[in-house]
Write a protein that binds this ligand. Sequence first.
Ligand SMILES: [Zn+2]
Length: 277
Amino acid sequence: MARSHLFFLPMKIQYQNHYCTVFESALYRTTSTIIQLEDAVLLVDPNWLVLEIGYIAAFLHNHIGDRKLYLLFTHSDYDHIIGWKAFGDSTAIASEAFVNNPRKESILKQIREFDHNFYIRRSYETAYPEIDIVISGNPESLHLGRNSLQFHQTPGHNRDGIFTVIPELRLWVAGDYLSNIEIPMIDYSINDYAHTLRTAEKIIQSGEVTLLIPGHGDIATDRKEMERRLQNDMQYLQMLREGADQEKVKRFIYKNYIDNPAMMAIHADNMKKTADM
Ligand SMILES: [Zn+2]
């Protein structure tokens, strides 16, 4: 009998190629990504649990060599920044809106509440990340050694998201957009969300990416799958704007996801929030 199932890693590696490793947390299938560039290593949104963050740190330790570590935050939602101080000596990158976030205290409170609720003890301090490289342009390029990164501002889900495209690697880190397991969560602005989806459309149509890494759920390597997610999310936004009835939304969710009550709760939340936008 094969016994390999008895041995498991502290965290799932969802995808790996020779320059990119996508880790998947047991919680909300949140992704953390390590991208090995020529002269630098980029770590995106290290999260959630103590063993998981320790595993990511050990992986880094084994692979970084003499390269410099950069930490990239796709946005400031607490699940995406929870691991910051475990990598506190790195150079951190995020958007200007991330730095000017008026809700820093309430985000920190969410982290503390999460850790209290589950009696989690971390070996590092939890804090709102201090950012060394602030991305204010749209688009904006950044050179890290011999590689270049392109950023796009992506408000909508929250107010401070960014897309990161690395053309040489044909890779796209999307943050909490284009997930295959979650309907759009519109916490900031439905109009900005729609605009961000148009930015996504341009990136897909350019044909310059062959790997999409969302914040939750599965990566996509197929252009048709990227387009399917885009159309799906555009359709959902349209339904929200029309004030589609519950039955229609339920059918949409059942067809495109699983019959997940959490999605209906997100939808109810979206309706409440977008009514005031
Ligand atoms: Zn998230």
